[in-house]
Design a binder for this molecule. Structure first.
Ligand code: ARG
Length: 460
């Protein structure tokens, strides 16, 4: 059996079971484009430093070009006996161009090759994710703009707390996504370093030019230590942490959409194309998409833990354990990009029930704090004001009325300093408008925040 690259050293072929167990080609073949890109840069450098001839490079370039076409057209015969994407492509190259193909692997190991491929793949994925987040933010800002004046109950402990602008509530998610983007940009800096040149672990005795390869592949620089270059996957772990946080943010948002859509709340409707029915209960319209987002968050969190665990006990330098980095990473990327796509579309189709939001805000004495603040502004110490309002709320509750529905006479029984001007303070809109400082829920501030956010999206 001579199909394997290292067969000369072995007395017997690898067992079928081991072959299947150790092969990664079924999943790492999606790195093919990046593998070819990396090989082309490596070969160009080998030729320019005189390590291989120009003629060899031309043959390699032509051969890899053909292989790329075969793969793109689904015309490539992936073989499990050839273990992984790297050996499959190299074998095919040699079949196509002969000895020049066998020279491609000079001054290189699969260890620095695979690390390079993953980094190229992840860099492209990060760029795509950043642009998907941006699209989602545009949609969020559009809805927030339409609803800067829409009042809703703000919650703490899921109990009505204070009135807030629906637009303001959505902007909270915009902020989370903005930080998520910053994190991705930062992660990208550490992803974007070239491992090639590290070879198996110690570097290589050929007069290579790593900077040239880095430049050809658009890397910001080289990995400075050869052992580190082939062995660490911290950049993938870091990415999964970013992905887990984005999913966590979307999971919280999903939880809210699910609650808001329940008939007991009826704050919003999702478009029918994002819901499913029940096979038994004809009246049901279920928010499957946000529920799945919530569920898939667990899956991405799992990938983060998988990669951390994969790494934690590995001695330097490369170990085969690292082959297990790919499936979690790929699935984290796929799950996240799908989620962002579907979420953006789902948000664009949302209907907001302004009347229900308003009624809900009227229910839980949302302006009680405003009454307390009013008393404080008239000279009453805050702790005393708090107690006065607590008694007023208790009274209003027995009458089944909101604070704003009590007569001035009734209010004055709790504090004589209360005057006619209290009614603008106790209105939902008055309460909202009064929180008029950067970061506050006043519609004026919400509009300012939106135009800031729009400008930031344009600048980035
Ligand atoms: N398929 C391997 C991986 O994904 C490529 C590197 C293999 N290197 C080795 N020395 N066996 O990590």
């Amino acid at each position: 059996n001579n199909s394997k690259t290292w067969s000369g050293r072995f007395n017997e072929p690898v067992s079928q079971l081991v072959q299947r167990y150790t092969a990664s080609v079924s999943f790492d073949n999606r790195l093919a484009e990046y593998d070819i890109q990396g090989s082309l840069a490596h070969a160009r450098m080998l030729a320019s430093t005189g390590i291989i001839s120009q003629a060899d490079f031309s043959a390699i370039e032509q051969g890899l070009g053909q292989i790329r076409e075969e793969i793109r057209n689904n015309n490539f015969d992936w073989q499990i006996e050839l273990e992984d994407v790297h050996l499959n492509i190299e074998k095919r190259l040699t079949a196509l161009i002969g000895d020049a193909g066998k020279r491609l692997h000079t001054a290189r190991s699969r260890n620095d090759q695979v690390a390079t491929d993953i980094r190229l793949y992840l860099r492209a994925s990060i760029d795509e994710i950043i642009s998907l987040i941006k699209s989602m933010q545009q949609v969020l800002l559009d809805i927030a703009e339409r609803h800067s004046e829409t009042v809703m109950p703000g919650f703490t402990h899921l109990q009505v707390a204070q009135p807030v602008s629906f637009g303001h509530h959505l902007l909270a998610y915009h902020e989370m996504l903005q930080r998520d983007t910053e994190r991705l940009f930062d992660c990208r800096k550490r992803v974007n370093r070239l491992p090639l040149g590290a070879a198996a672990l110690a570097g290589t005795s050929y007069p290579i030019d790593r900077d040239m390869v880095a430049q050809l592949l658009g890397f910001d620089g080289i990995c400075r230590n050869s052992l580190d270059a082939v062995s660490d996957r911290d950049f993938a772990i870091e990415f999964c942490a970013c992905a887990a946080l984005i999913m966590t943010h979307l999971s919280r948002f999903s939880e809210e959409l699910i609650i808001w859509m329940s008939p007991a709340f009826s704050f919003i409707q999702l478009a029918d194309r994002f819901c499913t029915g029940s096979s038994i209960m004809p009246q049901k319209k279920n928010p499957d998409v946000p529920e799945l987002v919530r569920g898939k968050t667990g899956r991405v969190n799992g990938h983060l833990v998988a990669l951390l665990t994969l790494m934690k006990s590995q001695p330097l330098a490369y170990n085969k354990d690292n082959q297990e980095d790919k499936e979690p990473l790929f699935d984290a990327v796929d799950t996240l990009t799908d989620t962002l796509r579907v979420y953006t579309e789902m948000l664009a189709g949302i209907t907001v029930n302004q009347d229900t939001l308003r009624q809900a805000a009227m229910k839980g004495y949302a302006t009680a704090t405003d009454l307390a603040d009013y008393l404080v502004k008239k000279g009453i110490p805050f702790r005393d004001a708090h107690e006065i309002v607590a008694q007023t709320v208790r009274f209003a509750e027995t009458k089944h009325r909101d604070l704003s529905e009590l007569t001035l006479e009734e209010l004055k029984k709790f504090s004589p300093v209360i005057e006619e001007d209290i009614y603008s303070v106790l209105s939902l809109e008055g309460s909202m408008k009064s929180r008029n400082h950067p970061g506050g829920t006043a519609p004026e501030q919400v509009r300012k925040a939106i135009s800031h956010a729009r400008q930031a999206l344009l600048d980035s």
